[in-house]
Design a protein around this ligand. Structure first.
Ligand code: GLN
Length: 446
């Protein structure tokens, strides 16, 4: 059914770069055989997945949205893909993204633009736009995205689905094409919080020694805890304390987006929690710091794509798109001798300030609630020629990556734009490695 849906819709929407129907059917048959033999294929039995195409899988190409990697086939599965396969999930294909994850619209892809299923004239957000649109359109049951500065959460908000960015280090980055390694995370895109918890449980079930930043935690069945919660009836959030960061509902944020956050706060209070307003004066410093740090890391990470390793088939000049080149240049500049103290090191100082401020507030509060983006999905091409306008749309998400915190985006309501209804996500940011509490909160809210 999912493959049929893809066949019917994907020419128009463009969620996928590659589909692997034969492979998916073969996987389904082998799972069916396991069931017939009385074996348990795992907690993802028969769940149809789409994987963002910067996450390596050995049975298809992994392009990262780049012409340079058009025919790149990884010799191994990423750890998250092997976890999905080991738990009985079925992989339908690889989804479109901004090249190397660099962008917020899925327009910077060598393989075309993805449309927003709510309004085809609009972008689905990015960089995991293909994963979000595939889930929104039910071309798959769940997807994986990656989030370096908001790339799971902002598309989830724009497409009306659930996107989880786990704490940095909870899931292995082994097999994720690097953008900015100290911020890169992988996470699920789903239609419900419960599904997100099930996928996270599966992804956490496997470890290897191939990611030195992986934090070893005890495995947890996140979805089981959600069931316990249902016993608390009408006030599941009593005892929880939430904070709305004043700077996230002020200047530069669309009025009806703010309205949805305030309505969410009222709903959360009705569920038994206390909600306060707090000020985070460092909030606006995060965005420029993120762009210095992420681009610096990107310029270093992307230096591996040289003509020696690629066999001289495509040159960097032909292979990289305009946005990627812009970022390599800016990142190299920020790191260069004579400039790194003014840019890179200052940005690191700001990162520590942002992180310290959020950590301090999280001693008092269980979670922050804020918009996932300052606006709903905008029209295609609107920000293509204005990179700064596109970057500024990331202001609600990047501080979470600077601080390594976990965050989830759930449906927060809708806004009307030119007569079309567009979804608006609510972002909930929790304490590090407390995904269980974060999912409980999101489930209660949902
Ligand atoms: N839009 C942000 C950027 O371009 C975040 C991208 C991401 O999370 N991969 O850097």
């Amino acid at each position: 059914a999912y493959l049929a849906k893809i066949r019917q819709t994907d020419e128009k929407v463009g969620s996928f770069i590659t589909t692997q129907a034969d492979n998916a059917i073969a996987q389904a048959i082998s799972i069916d055989e396991k069931i017939c033999r009385g074996e348990d294929p795992g907690i993802l039995t028969g769940v149809a997945f789409a994987i963002k195409d910067n996450i390596c899988s050995s049975d298809s190409f992994t392009t990262a949205g780049s012409r340079l990697l058009e025919v790149h086939q990884s010799p191994h599965d990423s750890l998250v893909v092997s976890a999905i396969k080991a738990e009985g999930g079925i992989i339908l294909g690889k989804t479109n993204l901004d090249e190397f994850g660099m962008g917020s619209t899925t327009e910077n892809s060598a393989f075309g633009v993805t449309s927003n299923p709510w309004d085809m004239r609009r972008i689905p957000g990015g960089s995991s736009g293909g994963s979000a649109s595939a889930v929104a359109l039910k071309q798959c049951a769940a997807a994986l995205g990656s989030d370096t500065g908001g790339s799971i959460r902002q598309p989830a908000s724009f497409c009306g689905v659930v996107g989880l960015k786990p704490t940095y280090g909870l899931l292995s980055r082994h097999g994720l094409v690097a953008y900015a390694s100290s911020f890169d995370t992988i996470g699920p895109v789903t239609t419900s919080v419960e599904d997100s918890a099930i996928v996270l449980t599966a992804l956490c079930s496997r470890h290897n020694q191939l990611d030195s930043t992986l934090h070893h935690t005890n495995s947890s069945r996140f979805h089981d805890h959600l069931k316990n919660l249902e016993h608390f009836a009408s006030k599941p959030l009593s005892g929880y304390r939430f904070a709305i960061i004043k700077e996230t509902i002020g200047l530069g944020v669309q009025h009806d987006v703010v309205q949805r956050v305030l309505e969410a706060a009222t709903k959360i209070e009705r569920l038994g929690a206390a909600v306060d307003f707090v000020s985070c004066p460092t909030f606006h410093l995060g965005l420029p710091a993120y762009y210095i740090l992420a681009l610096s890391e990107a310029s270093s990470n992307l230096s591996r794509y040289d003509c020696i390793r690629l066999g001289g088939k495509t040159s960097r000049d032909e292979g990289f798109g305009a946005e990627v080149k812009r970022r390599i240049l800016m990142g190299s500049f920020a790191l260069s001798a004579g400039h790194s103290d003014a840019y890179y090191e200052r940005a690191q100082e700001v990162q520590r300030m942002v992180e310290a401020e959020l950590a301090c507030k999280l001693q008092e509060y269980d979670a922050f609630i804020l918009p996932a983006a300052p606006s709903p999905a905008y029209l295609k091409s609107e920000k293509m020629n204005d990179p700064l306008a596109m970057y500024s749309g990331d202001m609600m998400t990047v501080n979470v990556n600077l601080s390594g915190l976990p965050a989830i985006v759930v449906r927060g309501g809708h806004v009307e734009n030119d007569g079309t209804l567009l979804p608006v996500g609510l972002q909930i940011v929790g304490r590090p490695f407390r995904e269980r509490a974060l999912l409980e909160i999101a489930h209660a809210y949902e």
